[in-house]
Design a protein around this ligand. Structure first.
Ligand SMILES: *Cc1c(COP(=O)(O)O)cnc(C)c1O
Length: 235
């Protein structure tokens, strides 16, 4: 039996419209956020699916495998698009990320930040950086302990070819709605501390995925990373 594709062009466009409308309603409900950037997570989805999203007006995309991301970036070669790297990053892959991506949301080590700074081509705009925080202290997740944020932020802020923009988190799965809310609140507080210290250049709090987008935005996310709810299940 052939699997019915649920990512037809109409579907992707409709889902993007639907999510944008939800985001507008949620920002109206939230005292903490006025506008949310929707990042479409296209990992393990085809370039054809990405093309459909682009045709529907989507501009921000995220990948978490370096090779797959670079290949899509080169294929589209479109300066209007912003590409976000959101996966675990090893030293031997930093050059590809520094050369091709616009954002890295998963910075958690000084060594990686230093390499990204050295390898970012000088003719490009600084690479936008979010520090990934392991807010639930989940052993299966990467990210900084909240207590380590300040020192890595200070380092990234000193890097000429990096631009510190804020924080990113992925919550632990299978916790209650109330636990999720508490974690999002902790992230918001950390983010506000960072703004207090580094000023208005800190403007991005990336939290919320297909399963927990609503609560994240109500608690102050201004960037969400949505895969499944746009493109359907991954292969
Ligand atoms: C895959 C992924 C997402 C998107 O998850 P969905 O549940 O498909 O929306 C968001 N953020 C990161 C870091 C991811 O790896």
């Amino acid at each position: 039996m052939t699997k019915v594709a649920d990512n037809t062009p109409q579907n992707i466009a409709e889902k993007l419209t639907d999510i944008s409308q939800q985001l507008e309603q949620l920002t109206a409900e939230s005292p903490f956020t006025a506008k949310v950037t929707l990042v479409a997570v296209s990992k393990r989805h085809s370039a054809a699916a990405v093309k459909q999203a682009i045709d529907a007006g989507q501009r921000h995309f995220a990948e978490n495998y370096v090779q797959e991301g670079v290949s899509k970036i080169q294929q589209f070669d479109d300066a209007q698009l912003s590409w976000h790297f959101i996966g675990p990053l090893q030293s031997n892959k930093t050059k590809d990320v520094a050369t091709h991506f616009d954002w890295v949301q998963s910075v958690e080590r000084e060594k990686i930040a230093r390499r990204l700074n050295q390898q970012r081509p000088a003719e490009l705009a600084p690479l936008n950086v979010l520090l990934q925080v392991n807010i639930d202290d989940d052993q299966n997740k990467s990210g900084l302990d909240p207590a380590q944020v300040d020192s890595l932020a200070t380092f990234v802020d000193s890097c000429e070819h990096l631009k510190l923009r804020g924080l990113m988190t992925i919550l632990k799965g299978q916790t209650s709605a109330e636990q999720q809310r508490q974690s999002f609140i902790k992230m918001r507080e950390l983010y506000q501390q960072l703004q207090h210290k580094f000023g208005a250049s800190i403007d991005t709090l990336s939290m919320g995925m297909s399963g927990d987008m609503r609560q994240a935005v109500v608690e102050g996310a201004n960037m969400v990373r949505i895969g499944t709810a746009i493109f359907g299940q991954r292969e």
